[in-house]
Every structure is written in structure tokens, then in C-alpha cells.
Design a protein around this ligand. Structure first.
Ligand code: 26W
Length: 795
């Protein structure tokens, strides 16, 4: 579609203000303008969306279905504007109307339907599928409340509910005609040899569609989110008897299913509601998939030729048994035919090796909530054992009265993939060694990626403009073109411009920090950023220990030369994760002391803005000089924040973990600050029961730091506040903060040295940007299309 003129577009916005919002410009709020602009943009998505849908039907294209309990989308409007090529026009048209574009963008709440990496990856993948013309559908849950909001009270995390849907959502289309019944509990009957599940409870899953527009509006896909509603709306009899609460009960019960996102990432709890949510998503998706397949006049036995279903971690892993149930119980296929189709359709992406994050459901719970599926799971396990008679029994799906969802997902998929090279090796070696022996071609790698449209073009206009001025446009959808910057790396003028772009982003961030946190930071200081969920394995604790050590150095040598640093933290802790919450409080307590210490004199500042989310990441990443990727080696499956930072010209200080390994290979070891034990060394080191004590005894600096914390230097009103954390590092230190402390401190000194040599620093930073093309999610999705989904682009 042709871009409209400035005047036409202004009129389209005005038309929506009047006829969609029924508002007069004189009385319109920023919210009204946002809705008007969103509708004007939305109108321009509908045609490509229809065209893509039609083409998929006409060509009987294979469809890819991405099932995920999380889609961490963030804001939608500006992303749509960028992909439609209308971002500048939006700004100009609003300017003509006397409205501030930035304020309108800021007015949009984040769609926070995810916890962290896994959910944000799903959002990047949806965007890349649309950009690549891969006929894809996302399936998720339309949570009324996304990830909780975080506040700090006295440095402590306090959670409040998130309520993005209290305002109308301009990007969704309700599809009441696409509704399905979802059953729970009950019993199984046999009718003429066929099993029939008779659920005791049912709810309705109702579809809400979000268009996902690709780069330059050439293709659009659908993200279909399900919300739950009761089969019977309301008990009128009870209402008439004056029992109002009971009358509304069925409605309340059903709605619980799509009420809130579980805020746990990396710890799994065997909660019935969670299992029901997982089944709710999966069953609605599969019924929809089969309905679409049959509506197109295709045969049920050909399903795997036309359908690929990707399970984002094990959360939708009930898909195997559910598909077998639908094929056998509803369409009359034999079990053997059904399981073969299921395996050919399904793929499973693993996102974590942490034992506490691997889903296992008590067999009695699975049997109670999904009685028919429990039978099928046993049948699948028996079928697998029969096919592999030498299979050791302990590697099956059922163990210790539990259903192991990883094994279930593995056995019901034709491909299982890890999300970075190292992670995939560890899946083979440690997570599924025996299954890997039985199925040597099943486990493959697809290293994660991020969409350059959002994470460079949209969030970093300064750098994007410089890139386009240097190598021309086109890199947005072909990120390897960034290699074209290579000659410019030798050009001091280019490097100066690169530094200027970074500085302008740092000035913008400094202003925001001043406004929102009331703290002045110096844009010429090094901005050192760690943003991600708070978790022991990600080692924010190591970062703050080293920060305290730095402060101690400044105090010991008050007139010394120190490279000024601003330490920036962002992230939420799972509400029940006490140690993570203590780490948050420690960071805030240390910030209080350091930021108010006159001796420090601006050489060290600690900033921890509350409620880290996608929008905050979009502010912080373009302004970062240093990216902290310091997890205990072997624990971070991939990381994707690490990619966003490096792409935006931040240097990484990191361990050989997850995708850091590949980032370092791409950008060059000389442009990466490496430290710490390797994954093998970590395992080896844990054999020494005194590893923590030994490491602490070898570091005077660490001893001093731990002593200060233990004495209550950062919690004078309650000196014993951090005795738990201090005790833990002396006596257990599972994540090896002590063992890596000195190596990390040394790497930080190397960072300082590089930062004081601007020529060197900006050459390193720009080399990162130039060599990060590999980490586009377009490359990842092409890999999935070729190696797992067996499909091609429609463009
Ligand atoms: C059931 C509880 C639960 C919920 C979410 C357990 C585990 C999860 C996710 C698997 C955690 C997650 O987000 N993993 C992250 O996935 C990213 C995308 O692949 C990776 O980049 C991160 O390294 C990984 O931690």
C-alpha cells in the first residue's frame, strides 16, 4: 500500500478521533489521540493481513503454529508504525495537530504477557515470521493481568497487580465465532470400543486476534489469544433467590483461567490452576488448528503435511496427548496412526536446564484434571518402550508417580531444540543423554535471535540513522549487511559519530533518570547495565559485591583516579523467591549509602528504577556502555538481552555461558571482556566442598566486602539483615560468586582501562554492532523453517 500524504494521514487520525472516539480535538486527551492514531495505523494493516491470509488459503501453504504460555510484546503502536514505514509520518501528522508524538507513544501500556526471556523471544519470533512471509499463527492466553508491577518500599520489592486491559485495547479483534469448549476432570467411558471423555467442568475459550505486521508491511500474521468465559453465564435461579455471589460463581470460576500470568520463571510449582491454564491454551489451539485444516477441505490423515506445531518449552506439552485424543476419540484414528501424526507435527524448544524449572505433574493431579490424557500418556510411554525395548525404564515419561513433561515433549516431537550451541550440547550430555542415544538426530540447535526492527531501528534512531548513512538501508531485514560497516571501523570520523549517537542516548537516559528517580547522573560516566529477572544463577549478587568493592577502593583512596561509573540494575524477583528479594533489597540499600556518600564525589552511582519491563529495556539498552552477562557458566540457556546490547554497541563483560560464547566468536575475543570458570570447571569446582571458603580466603577484597555487609554498613538500622546472604556465600555458594569474584574484578579493571582510551573503546563498540548480524531472529526463524517446520517463505 502507498504511504499517505502528511495531510491525508492527519485527516485519517482526525476522522478516528471523531468517529471512533467521539471526541473533539479541543477536548481530546493524550489517550484519545493514541486511540485515534492506533486506529489510523490499524486500518493500514488490514489489507496486507487479508492478503496474507488469502494467499495462505489459496496456495494451501503449510502453517506454523507457535504455542506459548507467554508473549512479552511490550508496546505495539510504534512497532506497527515502523514496520509500515509510517513512523515519521505519525510524528509529523501529530505535530500538525499540536500533539506530542512521544507523549502519545508513552501513553500505551506494555502488553506484559510474559515473565522474561522465553516470552520476549516468542514476540521477536512472531515479528520475524511476519517479516519472512512464514504463514504463522501464535497461540497464547489473553491474561487480564500481565506480569505484576514492582515498587520499592524501603528498598523492598512490593508487587501490585498489572491492569493493562482496564483501557480498551485497540489492537485486538474479538472473534466470538471462534470459540471452543474446554473440559476438565470427570471420567472416561467406553462406547463401542472408543473412549469418550465426559468432563465434569467445561469453559469456553474465546479468540482475540492481534495482527502482527512484518517489515515494510509485506506480510501479516495473527497472534490469537484465548480468554476464558463460562459455558453458562449466570445462575438466574440463584440470583432471583437473592444469592448474588453464588449466582456469579460459574463466571468467576471460568474467568480465573485467563485472569493472571504466573509470575514464576525458573521455579516450577505443581499448581492445579497452572495445569488448567496450560491445557486451556493447548486444547483451544489444537481444536482451532484441526477446524481450519478440515475447513480447507484437507484430510485429517494429511495433517503433518500442512501443519507444524512448535511448543515453547514444555508449558504446552500436553499438546501430544491432546492431539492423540482428538485424532482417536473424535476422528476415529487408531492410536498408532494418531501418535505418528502427532510426532510429525510437533517440535519442542527447551529453554532451561535448571532442575527446579522442569515441569513435572503429580500423576494423581494429572489423572484428576485430565483423566483421558493420563491414560494416553501411559499409552504413549508404553508405545515408546515397545519401540525401544532396550530403553532403560527410568528414562520414560512416568517416574516416581509423576508425569515428566520434558520427556513427554521429547517423545512426542520429531525435533527437540536448544537455544544456543552450548545449551544444546548440555541438553544432549546432561538433560536427555539416554533419549539422545535412542534418537540421535532429534536434538538440534537453533541459537536465539532478536528482531532488529524493534531492538535497533525503533529503539535506537540515532545509531540506525548513522548505519543507514554509512551502508544504506536494507540492513533491517538483512542484518548480515552490518558487516558493511567494517571499512568504517577504521575511519575516526565514523567512530566519532558512533560515540556521538551513544552519547545522545545517554543524555536522554540521564534526563529520564533525573525526572523519575530524582538522581543526577553524568552522561560521560560509563553506563554499566544489568537488566534481567533477579535470580541467583544470573548473579546480580556478584555484581553488587564487586560494586561494594569498588566503593571501598574509592573510600580507601579518596583522591585517586577512578573511571566514573553508573551502575544500573533492573529486574523483578518472583514474589515467592526470598533470596532474590534479599538481593534486591541489598542493591537498594547499597545504593542509598553510595549515592549519598560525599567521598564518592560522582565517581560511582547506583540506579535501580523499579518495574523493569520491555519499555524500560528500550530506554536502557541504547544508552549502555557495558552489558553485564555474568551468569554461572552452564546455567543461562542463551540470553537475548546480551544480543540486544551488543547490537547497540555496548561491550559485554561476561562468562562463557549461553549465547555469550557465540557472541564472543562473532565479535572477536578482543572485543569482549571474558572472565570466570567454564561450564566444565564449574562442575569440577563443586566437587571441592570448601570451594567458597577457599575462594574467599584468597581475596582480601571479597573478605572486606562480606565483612561490611555482615556488620550492617548498608543496613545500620538492622545490622543482621543480610546475615543469610553472607552465610550462604561462605558455606554453600552454589552459584560460585566467590570463585569468580577475583576474575570478575580483574575483567572490570580491563573495562576501565579500555574506557579511558576512547579510540580503542569506540572501535570495540562499533565492531560489536558491525558483527552482530548473526543474532537477528530472522536467521533463527529461517533455521526453524528449514530444520524443524519444513516450510518456506511465501514472499
Ligand atoms: C513453569 C515455570 C517456568 C516458567 C518459565 C519455568 C521456566 C520458564 C522459562 C523456561 C524461563 C525462561 O524464560 N528461560 C529463558 O529463555 C530464554 C529464551 O530462550 C533464554 O534466552 C534464557 O537464557 C532462558 O533463561
Amino acid at each position: 500500500m502507498q504511504a499517505p500524504s502528511r495531510e491525508d494521514f492527519r485527516n485519517e487520525i482526525l476522522k478516528h478521533l471523531q468517529y471512533s472516539m467521539a471526541k473533539d480535538p479541543a477536548h481530546a486527551s493524550i489517550y484519545d489521540w493514541r486511540m485515534a492514531l492506533s486506529h489510523a495505523l490499524r486500518d493500514r494493516i488490514v489489507d496486507p493481513w487479508f492478503a496474507a491470509t488469502r494467499q495462505t488459503y489459496d496456495q494451501k501453504r503449510k502453517r506454523v503454529y507457535y504455542l506459548s504460555m507467554e508473549f512479552l510484546i511490550g508496546r505495539i503502536m510504534e512497532d506497527a508504525a515502523i514496520n509500515l514505514g509510517l513512523r515519521d509520518l505519525c510524528q509529523e501528522a501529530l505535530e500538525d495537530l499540536g500533539v506530542d508524538y512521544d507523549a502519545v507513544v508513552e501513553n500505551e501500556p506494555d502488553a506484559a504477557l510474559g515473565n522474561g526471556g522465553l516470552g520476549r523471544l516468542a514476540a521477536c519470533y512472531m515479528e520475524s515470521m511476519a517479516t519472512l512471509g512464514c504463514a504463522g499463527h501464535g497461540y497464547g492466553i489473553r491474561y487480564e493481568h500481565g506480569l505484576f508491577r514492582q515498587r520499592f518500599e524501603g528498598g523492598r520489592q512490593v508487587e501490585t497487580p498489572e491492569d493493562w486491559l482496564t483501557q480498551p485495547h485497540p489492537w485486538e479483534f474479538v472473534r466470538p465465532e471462534s470459540s471452543y469448549e474446554i473440559g476438565f476432570k470427570g471420567h472416561v467411558e467406553k462406547h463401542a470400543g472408543r473412549s469418550v471423555w465426559v468432563p465434569a467442568e467445561t469453559v469456553i475459550a474465546e479468540a482475540h486476534d492481534l495482527p502482527v505486521i512484518g517489515w515494510q508491511g509485506r506480510w501479516a500474521n495473527t497472534l490469537r489469544l484465548w480468554s476464558a468465559r463460562p459455558t453458562t453465564l449466570f445462575d438466574l435461579g440463584r440470583f432471583n433467590h437473592g444469592d448474588y455471589a453464588a449466582a456469579a460463581e460459574p463466571e468467576a470460576l471460568a474467568r480465573t483461567l485467563s485472569r493472571v500470568l504466573y509470575p514464576d520463571d525458573t521455579t516450577y510449582q505443581g499448581k492445579e490452576l497452572r495445569l488448567k491454564q496450560e491445557y486451556f491454551l493447548t486444547s483451544a489451539a489444537l481444536q482451532d488448528i484441526l477446524r481450519r485444516h478440515l475447513d480447507a477441505g484437507l484430510s485429517i490423515t494429511d495433517l503433518a503435511d500442512h501443519v507444524a506445531i512448535q511448543m515453547n518449552d514444555t508449558h504446552p506439552a500436553i499438546a501430544g496427548p491432546e492431539l492423540v485424543r482428538l485424532l482417536c476419540d473424535c476422528y476415529g484414528l487408531t492410536f498408532d496412526a494418531a501418535i505418528e501424526i502427532a510426532v510429525n507435527c510437533l517440535g519442542y524448544t527447551n529453554h532451561t536446564l535448571l532442575p527446579e524449572a522442569l515441569e513435572k505433574w503429580a500423576s494423581y493431579l494429572m489423572g484428576a484434571v485430565l483423566p483421558r490424557h493420563m491414560q494416553i500418556i501411559e499409552e504413549i510411554d508404553a508405545w515408546h518402550l515397545k519401540r525401544h525395548p532396550d530403553r532403560p525404564n527410568h528414562i520414560g515419561i512416568l517416574k516416581h508417580q509423576e508425569v515428566r513433561m520434558g520427556e513427554l515433549a521429547f517423545i512426542t516431537s520429531h525435533k527437540v531444540n536448544g537455544v544456543s550451541a552450548l545449551h544444546t550440547d548440555l541438553i544432549k550430555a546432561n538433560l536427555f543423554p539416554e533419549l539422545n542415544k535412542l534418537h540421535p538426530d532429534r536434538i538440534i540447535n537453533q541459537t536465539n535471535g532478536v528482531t532488529p526492527r524493534r531492538w535497533l531501528r525503533m529503539t535506537n534512531p540515532a545509531l540506525s540513522t548513522l548505519i543507514t548513512d554509512t551502508i544504506g538501508s536494507g540492513w533491517e531485514a538483512d542484518l548480515d549487511r552490518l558487516f558493511g560497516l567494517e571499512p568504517a571501523l577504521k575511519d575516526p570520523v565514523f567512530l566519532q559519530k558512533f560515540a556521538a549517537a551513544k552519547r545522545s542516548n545517554k543524555v536522554a537516559l540521564s534526563n529520564w533518570v533525573a525526572q523519575t528517580q530524582g538522581i543526577q547522573i553524568d552522561p560521560d560516566a560509563m553506563f554499566d547495565v544489568q537488566i534481567k529477572r533477579i535470580h541467583e544463577y544470573k548473579r546480580q549478587f556478584l555484581n553488587i559485591l564487586q560494586t561494594i568493592a569498588q566503593w571501598h577502593e574509592i573510600r580507601k583512596n579518596p583522591t585517586g583516579e577512578f573511571v566514573p561509573r553508573v551502575k544500573i540494575f533492573g529486574g523483578k524477583a518472583a514474589p515467592g523467591y526470598q533470596t532474590a528479594k534479599e538481593i534486591i533489597r541489598l542493591i537498594n540499600d547499597v545504593a542509598q549509602v553510595v549515592n549519598n556518600d560525599p567521598y564518592v564525589d560522582g565517581r560511582l552511582k547506583i540506579i535501580y528504577p523499579p518495574n523493569y519491563n520491555v519499555s524500560m529495556a528500550e530506554r536502557l539498552i541504547p544508552a549502555a556502555d557495558l552489558s553485564e552477562q555474568i551468569s554461572t557458566a552452564g546455567k543461562e540457556a542463551s540470553g537475548t538481552g546480551n544480543m540486544k546490547f551488543a547490537l547497540n554497541g555496548a561491550l559485554t563483560i561476561g562468562t562463557l555461558d549461553g549465547a555469550n560464547v557465540e557472541i564472543r566468536e562473532e565479535v572477536g575475543a578482543e572485543n569482549f571482556f571474558l572472565f570466570g570458570l567454564t561450564a566444565d570447571e564449574v562442575m569440577e569446582r563443586r566437587h571441592n566442598p570448601d570451594h567458597a571458603r577457599d575462594a574467599i580466603m584468597q581475596s582480601q577484597s571479597l573478605q572486606d566486602v562480606l565483612q561490611m555487609i555482615a556488620e550492617g554498613r548498608f543496613s545500620p538500622d538492622e545490622p543482621g539483615r543480610y546475615h543469610g546472604l553472607v552465610h550462604n556465600i561462605w558455606h554453600s555458594d552454589y552459584f560460585l560468586c566467590a570463585s569468580d569474584f577475583e576474575s570478575y574484578a580483574q575483567a572490570q579493571r580491563e573495562v576501565d582501562a579500555a574506557f579511558t582510551t576512547p579510540d580503542r573503546w569506540w572501535h570495540m563498540a562499533a565492531s560489536n554492532t558491525a558483527r552482530m548480524g548473526f543474532f537477528s531472529s530472522d536467521r533463527s526463524i529461517k533455521g526453524y523453517m528449514a530444520d524443524i517446520w519444513n516450510t518456506s517463505s511465501a514472499l
